[in-house]
Design a protein around this ligand. Structure first.
Ligand code: SF4
Length: 156
C-alpha cells in the first residue's frame, strides 16, 4: 500500500468508527474494530492494521507537529515493561469493568466506551507532543502490543 492509499484507508476507517460510535451510538464499536484488526493481523501476519486501518493512528498523524523538544526521560519511561503493564491493566481493566458493570444500561456503557476511546486518543496525542511521533504505538498501546505478540508468534 502506498502512503496515499494508507491515508485514504485511515480516513475511511476513522469516519466509519465515528459514524458507528457517535451517530449510531453502538457501544461495541471498539470491539468490532479490535476483532477486525486481529483477523487482519492473523491473515496478513503483518501489522497492516496499525500501518493503515487504525483510527487512533490516523488521529495521532493528524495532530503530529514536528518539534525539537523531546522529553527523553519520559520516552524511556514509556518504553519500560512496567509502563506497558500499567497501561494495559488500566485500559483492559476499564473496558472489561465497563462491559461487566454497565451492560444492563446500554446508554451508560456507550458513554463509558466513548470516554475510554477519547481518553486514550487524548493521552496518545499528548505523549506524542511531549516525546516523538506515534510514541503511544511504539511503546504502550495495549491493543497494539497484543497484535505485536500475534505477529511475533507467527514468525517463530
Ligand atoms: S499501536 Fe495501537 S494505536 Fe497504534 S496503530 Fe496500532 S492499534 Fe492503533
Amino acid at each position: 500500500m502506498t502512503t496515499k492509499q494508507r491515508k485514504i484507508v485511515g480516513n475511511v476507517s476513522l469516519a466509519a468508527v465515528f459514524i458507528m460510535m457517535c451517530a449510531l451510538q453502538l457501544w461495541f464499536t471498539m470491539l468490532i474494530l479490535f476483532a477486525f484488526g486481529l483477523i487482519l493481523t492473523l491473515i496478513s501476519r503483518r501489522r497492516n492494521f496499525c500501518s493503515a486501518y487504525c483510527p487512533m493512528g490516523t488521529v495521532q498523524d493528524a495532530f503530529y507537529k514536528k518539534h525539537e523538544y523531546r522529553n527523553e526521560k519520559l520516552y524511556r519511561l514509556l518504553q519500560s515493561r512496567s509502563a506497558v503493564i500499567i497501561f494495559a491493566a488500566i485500559f483492559w481493566g476499564a473496558v472489561s469493568a465497563s462491559i461487566f458493570l454497565l451492560h444492563p444500561v446500554p446508554g451508560k456503557l456507550w458513554q463509558a466506551m466513548l470516554s475510554i476511546m477519547l481518553g486514550s486518543a487524548a493521552v496518545a496525542v499528548l505523549l506524542q507532543n511531549l516525546t516523538r511521533k506515534r510514541v503511544w504505538c511504539s511503546t504502550i498501546c495495549p491493543y497494539g502490543n497484543i497484535l505485536g505478540q500475534v505477529v511475533k508468534r507467527d514468525k517463530k
